[in-house]
Write a protein that binds this ligand. Structure first.
Ligand SMILES: C[C@@](CO)(OP(=O)(O)O)[C@H](O)COP(=O)(O)OP(=O)(O)OC[C@H]1O[C@@H](n2ccc(N)nc2=O)[C@H](O)[C@@H]1O
Ligand SMILES: Nc1ncnc2c1ncn2[C@@H]1O[C@H](COP(=O)(O)OP(=O)(O)O)[C@@H](O)[C@H]1O
Length: 289
């Protein structure tokens, strides 16, 4: 038996860090939303009692380091599943990009294996299990738009932001999330107005969403990789209404409402970056798969 599952990427419309916790993680406040850029996972039941990862992307591990493997392993052992599974990952989301590709693959594996292995877990139970794999996995289990707090695993659903295009550009560098958090200096950072962003979304005000886009991790990544700032400037020059780095970076995204503007930014950026995409927001929390 086979099952196809989609694993969409996320962007952070705002990202605030409130402080460092005793467990080493940081307390965050983030507005996250899924976009129409997705990996595809093909799950196939195996008679043999094993978890197999198939991936043709050289940046994606095909063993226990793969987050989708970790999702399968967790479910298998916690619920004493005897069947094995092969997980083939067709990678579309750039790796180590601030777009939660690995986390979304893990979330898709959780949702898919819940069906394939007939575990009968609720979406909330899957999100709780996801938090054991990584801070962003819970959000990815639900998808849509949400406020994420705690270390990122506490999720409160929000309405869909106003419709627009998202143009993404990833320079040819990878960024380590752990290193970015480690280098963050909490003194003197300018905090985003998370509440303002939530109100902008509730009011369906595109201009207010643009005005409230802010990410405190930019202060670290832009210093380490000046090319990220250059991409931000290019996007602004080509007419994006607002521009921000997603997560710990290095991917930069810009928003645009009109098709013509989207084409101008997309074509303009292709000369500067190896990976450029123009996609729609997926919107509200919805039933993935
Ligand atoms: C920055 C964000 C924003 O959405 O995304 P990405 O840029 O990775 O996509 C997330 O906070 C990343 O979440 P995720 O990538 O799942 O992080 P984890 O695997 O849980 O943690 C990786 C490392 O980042 C640091 N970390 C992560 C989350 C957090 N709230 N505080 C932290 O200090 C810790 O050092 C941890 O060891
Ligand atoms: N399924 C997966 N897809 C991509 N990367 C993965 C996956 N599983 C584990 N990884 C590892 O996780 C690291 C971070 O990947 P990714 O989730 O794409 O980045 P980010 O957390 O910045 O959004 C990669 O360098 C890779 O080694």
């Amino acid at each position: 038996m086979k099952l196809l599952v989609k694993a969409p990427a996320k962007i952070n419309l705002s990202l605030d860090v409130l402080g460092k916790r005793e467990d080493g993680y940081h307390e965050v406040e983030m507005i996250m939303t899924t976009i129409d850029l997705a990996d595809r996972l093909e799950l196939t039941l195996l008679d043999k009692d094993e978890i197999k990862i198939v991936s043709h992307n050289r940046f994606v591990p095909d063993d226990h380091r793969n987050l989708a493997y970790q999702a399968a392993h967790l479910l298998k052992h916690r619920f004493n599943v005897k069947q094995g599974v092969s997980i083939a990952i067709e990678k579309v989301i750039p790796v180590a990009a601030g777009l939660a590709g690995g986390s979304s693959d893990a979330a898709a594996a959780l949702r898919g294996l819940n069906k394939l292995w007939q575990l009968g877990l609720t979406i909330d139970e899957l999100a709780e299990i996801g938090a054991e794999i990584g801070s962003d996995v819970s959000f990815c289990v639900y998808g849509g738009t949400a406020l994420a707090t705690g270390r990122g695993e506490l999720i409160q659903a929000l309405p869909a932001p106003p419709t627009c295009w998202v143009i993404l550009a990833k320079p040819f560098i990878g960024v380590s999330t752990a290193e970015v958090y480690r280098r963050l200096n909490l003194q003197g950072i300018e905090h985003p107005q998370t509440l303002g962003m939530m109100k902008a979304i509730e009011n369906q005000s595109y201009s207010e969403v643009c005005a409230h886009m802010s990410n405190v991790l930019e202060s670290v990544t832009l210093k380490m990789h000046p090319e990220v700032n250059q991409i931000k400037e290019q996007m602004q020059r080509f007419g994006a209404d607002a521009v921000l780095m997603s997560g710990s970076g290095p991917t930069v995204f810009g928003l645009a409402q009109h098709d013509s503007r989207m084409h101008r930014i997309y074509n303009g950026l292709r000369g500067f970056c190896d990976q450029v995409f123009a996609v729609r927001l997926l919107g509200e929390q919805h039933k993935l798969d």
